[in-house]
Design a binder for this molecule. Structure first.
Ligand code: C2E
Ligand code: MG
Ligand code: MG
Ligand code: MG
Length: 283
């Protein structure tokens, strides 16, 4: 079985002085207990249309509010949860919380799309595909309001297997986003075979692109790839205004990153929109 860990191991380890945030150590029983006791919460990061600064949707990012250890970030427990068969229940909890917030925002006249991250293991789990679809149907939210983000490495690990789950989800109307694009090894042919609706360029190509010809060239190739394949193009990790302007000039559709907003609790989103629309439109 393939886990994200296998790929995580291939990444160079940052020197200790750069690895400022010490990893929180958690155990499998703690994760199991967090599922039962509903200790997970969802934060939301806006995805902003570059053309007019308007919010297109949000990405749900899980946080674990641990009673003793404080807030734990996904990279510190998702890989372990995947390895021990706990990701399925976590995904469903994240979906349920996201649907509740989406209902709340829709009730307030905000027609948002919400993006949920799917683990690579979920693609092998046809039961999960059905359960996602059922929960969305029961909520009265249309699948068109939900985007499922799957990392490029996860999809390419087993294209045939992923294709089955992804095609089913797409047929039901869910949006499909290829996350962290540029960090995996997808061929054009593979990309075209999978019914993606969105391509999300990894932040390693985005951050500082306005200062680097090499990065901006790669960025422009990725944006061009999205356009040729008819995919909505999102850049993640946009931290400064120069990169924002460059992305807009290169024809990227949407930006996500700290320049617009850090991930925030659901109850802060409406105020955030009121306070930031003008700033983003004027960038
Ligand atoms: P991702 O899906 O690529 O999400 C983007 C990550 O980049 C998030 O980290 C976000 O907070 C961070 N980010 C956003 N804008 C910026 C920026 O401008 N600068 C920098 N430096 N970082 C930025 P986070 O929340 O720690 O999540 C990390 C990863 O954990 C996510 O990467 C995703 O792969 C995974 N993850 C998060 N929530 C879930 C979930 O509910 N289920 C699963 N299976 N995985 C999740
Ligand atoms: Mg994502
Ligand atoms: Mg990324
Ligand atoms: Mg990403």
């Amino acid at each position: 079985q393939i886990t994200l860990d296998k790929y995580a191991n291939k990444k160079p380890t940052p020197p200790p002085e750069l690895n400022r945030q010490a990893k929180v150590v958690v155990s499998v029983p703690e994760i199991a207990s967090a599922i039962i006791n509903k200790q997970f919460t969802t934060y939301f990061q806006p995805k902003i249309l570059l053309a007019n600064g308007m919010i297109k949707g949000v990405e749900t990012l899980i946080r674990w509010q641990h009673p003793e250890k404080g807030m734990i970030m996904p990279n510190d427990f998702i890989p372990l949860a995947e390895e021990h068969g706990l990701i399925h229940d976590i995904t469903l909890q994240v979906l349920e919380m996201s649907l509740e917030w989406l209902q709340y925002w829709h009730a307030h006249g905000l027609n948002l799309n919400v993006a949920i991250n799917l683990s690579s293991l979920s693609l092998a789990d046809l039961g999960l595909v059905e359960q996602i679809d059922q929960r969305v149907s029961n909520s009265g939210i249309t699948p068109q309001s939900i985007t499922l983000e799957i990392t490029e490495t996860a999809v390419m690990a087993d294209v045939a297997l992923s294709l089955n789950s992804l095609a089913r989800l797409r047929l039901k109307g869910f949006g499909l986003s290829i996350d962290d694009y540029g960090t995996g090894f997808s061929s054009m042919q593979q990309l075209a075979r999978i019914p993606f609706t969105e391509l999300k360029i990894d932040r390693s190509f985005v951050d500082g692109a306005s200062d680097s010809l090499q990065l901006s060239n790669m960025l422009s190739i990725a944006i061009e790839t999205a356009r040729k394949l008819g995919l909505h193009c999102v850049a993640e990790g946009v931290e400064n205004a120069d990169d924002w302007v460059l992305l807009k000039r290169l024809g990227c559709d949407t930006a996500q990153g700290y320049l617009a907003a850090k991930p925030m609790p659901g109850d802060e989103l409406i105020d955030w929109i009121k306070q930031n629309s003008k700033r983003l439109r004027d960038l």
